[in-house]
Design a protein around this ligand. Sequence first.
Ligand code: FAD
Length: 522
Amino acid sequence: MGIGNQVHAQVRKLVVVGGGSAGWLTAAVLAATHAHDPAIEVTVIESPQVATVGVGEGTWPSMRETLRRIGVGESDFIRACDATFKQGSQFNGWIGRQQRDAYMHPFTLPNGFLETDLVAGWLAAGADTPYAEQVSFQPHLCAANRAPKQPATPEFAAVANYAYHLDAAKFGQFLRQHCVQHLGVRHLSAHVNAINSHENGDIASLQTRELGAVEGDLFIDCSGARALLLEQHFGIGKVDLSPVLFNDRALAVQVPYPAPDTPIACQTIATAQPHGWTWDIGLSARRGVGYVYASAHCSDDQAHATLLGHIAASGPTDTAALSEPARIAFAPGYRRQPWHRNCVAIGMASGFVEPLEASSLVLVELGAAELAEQLPATREDMDHVARRYNEGFDYRWQRVADFLKLHYVLSQREDSDYWRAHRDPATSTERLREWLALWRHHTPSRRDLVRAEEVFPSASYHYILYGMDWRPELRAAPAAIAAGQAADHFRQAAELARRMRAALPSHRQLIAHIQAHGLPRI
Ligand SMILES: Cc1cc2nc3c(=O)[nH]c(=O)nc-3n(C[C@H](O)[C@H](O)[C@H](O)COP(=O)(O)OP(=O)(O)OC[C@H]3O[C@@H](n4cnc5c(N)ncnc54)[C@H](O)[C@@H]3O)c2cc1C
């Protein structure tokens, strides 16, 4: 086909390479959004030889909307993926002090956040109570192991804002089944081993070992970190974030519960370690525990010992009976241009920084939604859509880097060069250095985070900054007024905590109820 014809060609055949969480989520969102257009065909090609990354068990609350959008039932999803509820993250040992070194980043906005400056009130009250515990009921629910909703609350509705913890392998299988059975997605089990191009350099088809050529109009590279199309074919490199965020290795292991009635944590527990941090995620059938660390600071053997030591200290577990942890290496960074010609990368192919704050799947959801909603009608439209998409994702990745780095820069830990290097302003982003200077006298606001679809809203920055003991000096007169207003919101948050603790079931009780009976569907 000549260049002229191709420019006006309609975009109808959408070919996704990769059957990990990114590939199936993207295929599902594309197919569900265009379900009423019989001309749109969505195909997923998944190699029978290349395994998925097999991790990625923490999500962001946006996943509720994504699952609803693709037509999945919440109870079915919870049963199939051993999923549980996640109300936020708890950070243990990050501040670097002897006593009470723990704080929460809950998903619910602080009570009264949009009405007054709660930080002024918190400081006026002496800042003795951890910030999140003063401004939100949710840390109290997590501490009491309460679920974020009742058995009578309909699917996807919340009493307290929540996301999920899920089994990554089961999630992929569940999405595949849903895509094929309910959304008309074509699934090809085949290994792509060559790329055929049009004269103008666009991809014409993917050559597979088993099934010959698969043609398409738009190709979505969800092939994981190897980025088969964007990097290996087009040579689009990544922005290297390793000078800012040092972690580049992970060990991950599945840990059984000691007894069937062991409480299930309703938050991701992120515990600082000498050269990184461990995650601890409670699913219905097991825990998922891992250590993410920096190979420049710590050997794999050291990391292995730290992980097992952490598991042994976290409760009665026979560490000798655990399977060997999976070892994962990654290069923190993001694709310079995730959309190039008629190809867009989503998921690990577009970048990955580290698991802190579960920013990866939420970027998949945002990418898939934007692609589906802005799907170019013709090849001619594609470059305009691509330019805007690339600008948006460049901004998002930069904010992800700022926000994740914020967790490290305020730490007072002195136990390793790893933590001292994180504090060195030379390893920070320029934006974060500017912000921290500004936030000595202001609190983070929508004036700092200006986009409608920020990955992390200003409230999240509050939870981390003040959780990490940041004490700004606010202008006295407005602070005094705000402090008076904040006191009422604190009382309400405490009252909500008291009432919800009494009214909500335990996390395990609710999961057992859903597995047996399901939640009401709206
Ligand atoms: C240690 C760690 C912890 C993480 N924790 C979280 C978390 O808590 N929350 C979160 O949101 N994210 C997390 N992530 C990221 C998350 O795992 C990924 O975003 C998610 O799993 C999506 O991966 P993917 O589908 O892009 O890639 P993969 O799972 O690697 O899938 C790649 C797919 O491409 C296919 N493929 C590759 N080559 C070919 C070929 N030649 N032909 C055909 N098919 C091919 C493979 O068969 C596979 O199906 C974590 C990542 C790591 C490394």
